[in-house]
Design a protein around this ligand. Structure first.
Ligand SMILES: [Zn+2]
Length: 71
């Protein structure tokens, strides 16, 4: 599945109006090298969950950088 980063961006833009830093993003470290579970939730109760395979993670390398900057 491609475009996970784009989907997350979309989720965040949809919930931009919910408040500053309303959306919290978390990436669970993989128990195996196959990928990781990405989740985000908003103060309004909306959630975003995607499985990111290792291959997708390579494509979305910029996303990892973004996660680090958010922490
Ligand atoms: Zn929201």
């Amino acid at each position: 599945m491609k475009g996970v980063y784009r989907q997350l961006q979309n989720f965040m833009s949809v919930h931009e109006g919910c408040g500053p830093n309303a959306v919290a993003v978390d990436a669970v470290p993989p128990p195996s090298p196959e990928g990781y579970n990405l989740s985000a939730c908003c103060d309004c109760g909306a959630t975003f969950q995607r499985w990111v395979s290792a291959e997708d993670a390579r494509h979305d390398m910029i996303f990892t950088t973004l996660l680090v900057s958010w922490n």
